[in-house]
Design a protein around this ligand. Structure first.
Ligand code: B12
Length: 441
């Protein structure tokens, strides 16, 4: 069993041995970010502390525990009690539930445990244990088989990227077929993929490239990596530091950090996205968790090569920053806004379109508007949500449920623009027209 920093003396020699072997393994495989990161590529101390504060708070009170948060805390070198607490929760949940998780979830659990110096092959807690790598290999095989049969994965391409990353950084087999599928997909359909998806898919290819000995596979991965990373540099230039949107920029930065040799000799001004993300003061724990690794110069591929020795430098527990309350300030008492809300199904079964106007207190989130509509007219505007790492996701409206099998979902728009946030955080303004449209992905 691998333990994490600060465990008892008898465990230290074993731990050091394991740490060393992972470090050597990964150095040999070249999976870590190459070279040191110049200072202006990392976030300033104050913003880093604010972001760590958000993650520590979330670590103490998220149910189920969030592996992306543990991964970000570990990659940022945090050693707070909150991280320790989350680590224990993640191990417990892994032992109890890994078999029922999606492949991407198991991959995130694997990466987060690796980054906490815990061997995913033997996760032990309260006398029970689980081999996460076998589970991940099996689930990745299922994704690949599903792809070969249907031309799309069982879950998401983003998840398949995570699967291949986790299996590759740990040096386990079973990621090669996934990597080849991801590379071909990036080459044939890049325009239809979001930046988030491209980044997670391509990050897996960087690791696979460094491990494969097959020249034809290397050539394929190299072509895909050159295409994606160059496109990210173009997008950064067009978007003044934003690559995709504010939530995908940190993931895109991870790729640009890891894939330098594939866009060389083109230069990358890494300070630009850092400044843009810093200015934005991300609030959602999940948004912070995905952005922070790149802002401290790390990528998910570094998960297995962190220094696990007890002497490893760590950050001390941080005081929560008062800026945390930013964005939660009460709006002017008493003022209300009116929002027009339309639901549309032009896709399957009995088509329908219904519109209502709802008044809610200024500063309300979109979920409040949906609830108000449901309260006024439940026969038309009933809806259901499930809770996810990004907050509540709307899975059914007017009795029409999203389906992973049919790849349908309720997509939200403001006028003709797709929303870039979910109903739990998006704050509509007075007179805005929100549409929920039953769509495919
Ligand atoms: C694939 C994907 C989807 C798929 C999920 C399909 C599926 N069943 O697997 C679909 C197309 C349904 C989708 C929908 C939406 N998405 Co989306 N999605 C992603 C993406 C690219 C990958 C998620 C993933 O596979 N994670 C890996 C697995 C292992 O982790 P997971 O926690 O189990 O993932 C689940 C959740 O992420 C959830 N989910 C996906 N998107 C969203 C969005 C919201 C708001 C919520 C609450 C949950 C959620 O579905 C995932 C799979 O089950 C992420 C990118 C990212 N950076 O995370 C964006 C992302 C999470 N999505 C985003 C958005 C904005 C949306 C929509 C609101 C878009 C819209 N205009 O309608 C809708 C949700 C509307 C609703 N009904 O409530 C944003 C969220 C930003 C934010 N600050 O809230 C992201 C970060 C993309 C981005 N860069 O803007 N999405």
């Amino acid at each position: 069993m691998w333990h994490q920093r600060g465990t008892t003396g008898t465990e230290v020699p074993r731990m050091l041995g394991v740490a060393l072997s992972i470090a050597v393994l990964l150095a040999a495989a070249g999976c870590g970010a190459e070279g040191t990161v110049p200072q202006d590529c990392t976030v300033n101390t104050k913003e880093r502390a604010r972001m760590l504060g958000i993650l520590q708070l979330s670590a103490m009170d998220s149910e189920p525990p969030n592996p992306s948060v543990l991964l970000a805390l570990s990659l940022a070198g945090d050693s707070s009690k909150a991280r320790q607490y989350l680590f224990e929760q993640i191990k417990e949940t892994a032992v109890k539930q890994a078999k029922d998780m999606s492949s991407g979830q198991v991959a995130l659990y694997t990466l987060s445990l690796l980054s906490s110096c815990c061997n995913p092959r033997h996760v032990k807690v309260h006398g029970q244990s689980v081999d996460l790598l076998s589970i991940l290999q099996e689930k990745t095989d299922q994704e690949v088989a599903h792809w070969e049969e249907n031309g799309f994965p069982q879950s998401t391409l983003f998840s398949m990227g995570l699967d291949a990353q986790a299996l590759c950084v740990v040096g386990a087999g079973g990621y090669q077929s996934a990597a080849v599928i991801l590379a071909k997909q990036l080459l044939s359909s890049q325009d239809r993929l979001s930046v988030d998806e491209q980044a997670m898919m391509a990050l897996a290819l960087v690791c696979a490239y460094n491990r494969t000995e097959h020249q034809d596979v290397q050539d394929l991965l190299k072509t895909a990596l050159t295409k994606v990373s160059s496109a990210f540099l173009d997008k950064q230039a067009e978007g003044n530091g934003i690559i995709g949107n504010i939530y995908s920029t940190g993931l895109a930065m991870q790729l640009l950090l890891a894939a330098g040799k594939f866009y060389a000799p083109r230069p990358w001004d890494c300070s630009q996205p850092v400044a843009t993300i810093t200015k934005h003061h991300l609030q959602q724990p999940m948004a912070v968790a995905q952005a922070l690794p790149a802002l401290v110069g790390r990528t998910y591929l570094d998960s297995a090569s962190l220094d696990c020795s007890p002497e490893a430098p760590t950050t001390t527990s941080l005081q929560l920053d008062p800026i945390l309350s930013r964005g939660m300030t009460a709006e002017k008492a008493g003022s209300t806004i009116t929002v027009k809300y339309t639901i549309i199904n032009d896709l399957i079964g009995q088509y329908f379109t219904y519109t209502t106007k709802e008044s809610v207190p200024a500063g309300s989130v979109l979920l409040d508007v949906l609830e108000e509509a449901q309260r006024h007219d439940p026969t038309k505007f009933s809806f259901k949500t499930v809770s996810t790492s990004w907050g509540p996701m709307v899975v059914s409206i007017h009795g029409l449920a999203a389906s992973e099998t049919d790849r349908t979902f309720w997509q939200f728009f403001s006028g003709s623009d797709a929303l870039e946030e979910g109903v739990g955080t998006y704050k509509p303004h007075n007179g805005e027209h929100i549409l929920a449209v039953f769509s495919t992905y």
